[in-house]
Design a protein around this ligand. Sequence first.
Ligand code: NAD
Length: 498
Amino acid sequence: MLDYSHDDWKSRADALSLRNQAFIDGKFVDAASGETFDCINPATGDVLAQVAACDVEDVDRAVLAARKSFDTGSWSRAAPGDRKAVLLKLADLIRENLEEMALLDSLDMGKLITDAVTVDAPGSAHFFQWYAEAIDKIYDEVAPTGPGDLALVKRVPLGVVGAVTPWNFPLDMATWKSAAALAAGNSVVLKPAEQSPLSALRLAELAAEAGLPDGVLNVVPGFGVTAGKALGLHMDVDTLAFTGSTAVGKIFMQYSGQSNLKSVWPETGGKSPNLIFADCENLDAAADMAAFGIFFNQGEVCSANSRLYIERSIKDEFVDRMVARAQGMQPGDPLDPASKMGAIVDENQTQGIMRHVEAGKKTANLATGGERVQVNGRGCFVQPTIFTDVDHDDPLARDEIFGPVLSIIPFDNEEDAVRMANDSVYGLAASVWTDNLSRAHRVSDALQAGTVSVNTVDALSAETPFGGIKQSGFGRDLSLHSLDKYTALKTTWIKYQA
Ligand code: NAD
């Protein structure tokens, strides 16, 4: 696959057969209303599929199917080793269908096929495998009571998990939620983002093929204000795992209060700072990773390093390095392996990015980029864009633009850098570049972020929790800690004759 040409990918894309119905109780079905919505390829503007537009009735059916499957115990009370076997099989099936899964995400939201096939799709298989392998190695507890008492503290699945996901990593976001929730024994109703539902639908089909019982994983494509809201307000959903914007994360907290007080796990926006000190010896590596940190996935990454704080003494030379890298990453056809950046997810998002860029041209210095462009005469593409001399209070440095737009801000000393980095409503991720070990620890300790990467950016693995603080939310995906969201601690106290 890595040696496929542009034409190879295009012909494989043309040959795909797309799933466009909801997946409820083990079957593909139309929305009860019969309504559909257009799923559009942002690189071309072509309609890829008309997808079932689920609403309250469909969500009700999916939650009922999930509840019934949970109550039968066919999955929820299966031995951990049996759940493991099914999820390992699913990981294998994702690998066997890697090309298709990668194509679905690339076509649906504009990401580079080279990234989808090397990062997103293999990542999904890896995360399913990781939770499969973990789940039969976790022990429950016996509390330290006295003789005559035996207190068992068990981790039990919650029941029906609602998962609502964004469009920037469609397959991986669906995976991060469902792999952990399913491994723990729950049944899941997943609502993927309306911009990119295709890979989640195929995932559900592969899960059924792997042996997941009917009703254990349901997918209800549709809009936020219909299907998403119905899931958030549902009286029979036990927990709601949400990844998306901060504004919508807050709405899900309200849904909970208006319904059954389900737990809600918001994993929301970010405006992550990248601090580069003059004592960093390898400024080339720092520039490579800083460019990756903002331009990977067209900057549509929650933890994108969109604020770059640079020590004033090296500012000019570092800006030159960044400009050179940005100019080498111009957008191209996502299916062309030679392209360095793909399409923005849709027209709406493109216009939002350009509004920030146009405003920024009046308040800061545009060092490179700054234009919307077309590829093959069409599509939603934005040049990699860098602003320098950005005022720390400018919207360029405050707002989550969620596109390939970097703001470079100079600092004079460590205290100054940390103060500005922390002066944000967000706290998802941060990066620090320094060869001074004490400074690396001191600054990492001081930065308000769920993950701090030192001499790299966006460090992430299945083994480490991912999530934020402040208005980046408080849910955690990945690692064993993610299981906390999907389980309850249950105490069983037994009296006996000692
Ligand atoms: P979004 O908040 O607009 O949508 C996310 C999901 O919520 C979608 O499925 C959408 O249909 C649904 N939704 C929207 N409005 C709703 C409503 N009123 N009621 C119920 N559901 C509703 O976010 P997006 O544009 O899809 O994704 C981009 C955002 O996601 C960015 O802010 C990004 O930082 C964030 N994100 C966070 C993480 C993380 O782990 N913290 C990871 C990826 C993306």
